[in-house]
Design a protein around this ligand. Structure first.
Ligand SMILES: [Zn+2]
Length: 375
């Protein structure tokens, strides 16, 4: 295999933009081209590869290294990136300057993908075996719907532990919140605004809903905080309603974002919200369009201690912490696979106009993974 820098440059050069719910599923959008490249690269290292569509043009790639070991470790990273609009560096040129590699996805999270692929492939090409069976997974749609991870779990994922690659600056993230997003609608009855009593105002109904949600949000924040993650939260982020000013509005819609604690389910969160809205008329919930579980593994879980040993060996210094963003790790933990989040790059660079990754960290990540799967 090429150097890890060459590999990452190739990964960055292939667009894999998440369409984020929009319909243009062609051209620079979708993960297909990158998935095909990743699958071919794995096959060149004699890794068995399975590739299947999660949705059209949006595949997961799953490599298997079966060494008949007792335990199986999954190394997972997502293929998709966010949009490139407004970027101040060429998103696909993978330019290198002052020890940094620039481009969309360099940090979030093609850097981690490169580190995982490079560590496993180099080992195999040297004729050595990892200590564990390895699942090397590159999945679709982390940035929007988490459907790639969902599909991987639905197809019967069997692993004893997992590392989910995201830019954590080589810190080990063992807990983060989950996120739930959905729309709330109020229905009214339209009438001429000169005769408001003939109608029923959906905006007035929504005003009551919003006030109750604000109180509910305060209550959530007053709950006893989790030692790493604080309390759950709720935000009403958008509101839209009415047609024109001289008609009593018959519809109003808001979007709600709820951050869930590890172990809390979407059903739990929705039940609490519905209780908070008891007595408020005319509202209904859409099915959530995003539901990603939170996660927490114990500080002494074997994936934490194994990875800590490898990090200590390469860097000397180990940081175990929590994060404020959601990842695929929530799905795997919920499916019974203890999973931590770990990778090169700084989350402050993710999704930015000048996204880059520090090449030293990229190389360290590969060394850490090599140590983890061989020591
Ligand atoms: Zn990411």
């Amino acid at each position: 295999m090429d150097s890890i820098v060459d590999l990452l440059r190739e990964l960055v050069a292939i667009p894999s933009i998440n369409p984020m719910g929009k319909t243009e599923a062609s051209g620079k959008f979708c993960e297909k081209d990158l998935a095909e490249f990743v699958a071919a690269a794995m096959k060149r290292c004699s890794i068995d590869v399975e590739m299947y569509d999660v949705s059209p043009n949006r595949p997961n790639v799953v490599g298997f290294v079966d060494v008949k070991a007792e335990r199986t470790l999954m190394l997972e990273a997502h293929l998709d990136t966010v949009f490139v609009d407004g970027m101040t560096v060429d998103p696909f040129a993978a330019t290198i300057e002052h020890g940094r590699l620039y481009g969309r996805g360099s940090c979030d999270t093609k850097g981690a993908l490169a580190a995982f692929m490079h560590a496993v492939c180099t080992l195999l090409k040297e004729g050595k075996k990892p200590k564990y069976n390895i699942i090397l997974a590159a999945v679709a749609d982390e940035e929007f719907g988490f459907t790639g991870a969902e599909a991987l779990v639905a197809r019967g994922l069997k692993a004893d532990a997992a590392i989910v690659g995201e830019p954590t600056e080589l810190h080990i993230v063992r807990a983060h919140k989950g996120v739930l997003r959905w729309k709330v609608r109020t229905a009214g009855l339209a009438s001429h605004s000169a005769y408001p009593s003939r109608g029923r105002n959906a905006i007035y109904s929504m005003a009551q809903v919003v006030t109750h949600l604000q109180e509910h949000a305060h209550w959530l924040q007053s709950l006893p905080p989790h030692p790493l993650l604080g309390s759950p939260s709720l935000n009403v982020g958008t509101i839209e309603g009415g047609q024109v000013v001289n008609i009593v509005p018959d519809r109003c819609v808001i979007e709600v974002d709820r951050r869930m604690m590890p172990g809390e389910t979407a059903a739990d969160a929705l039940r609490l919200v519905k209780e908070a809205l008891a007595g408020v008329p005319d509202w209904e919930f859409d099915e959530p369009y995003l539901s990603a579980a939170g996660m927490e593994v114990a500080p002494d879980a074997s994936i934490v201690t194994m990875l800590s040993d490898a990090v200590a060996h390469v860097l000397g210094n180990v940081v175990v912490e929590s994060a404020h963003y959601g990842t695929d790790a929530g799905q795997y933990n919920r499916a019974g696979v203890p999973s931590v989040v770990f990778g090169p790059g700084n989350i402050a660079q993710a999704h930015t106009a000048g996204e880059f990754i520090d090449i030293t960290q990229l190389e360290q990540a590969s060394k850490i993974v090599t140590r983890l799967i061989t020591a």
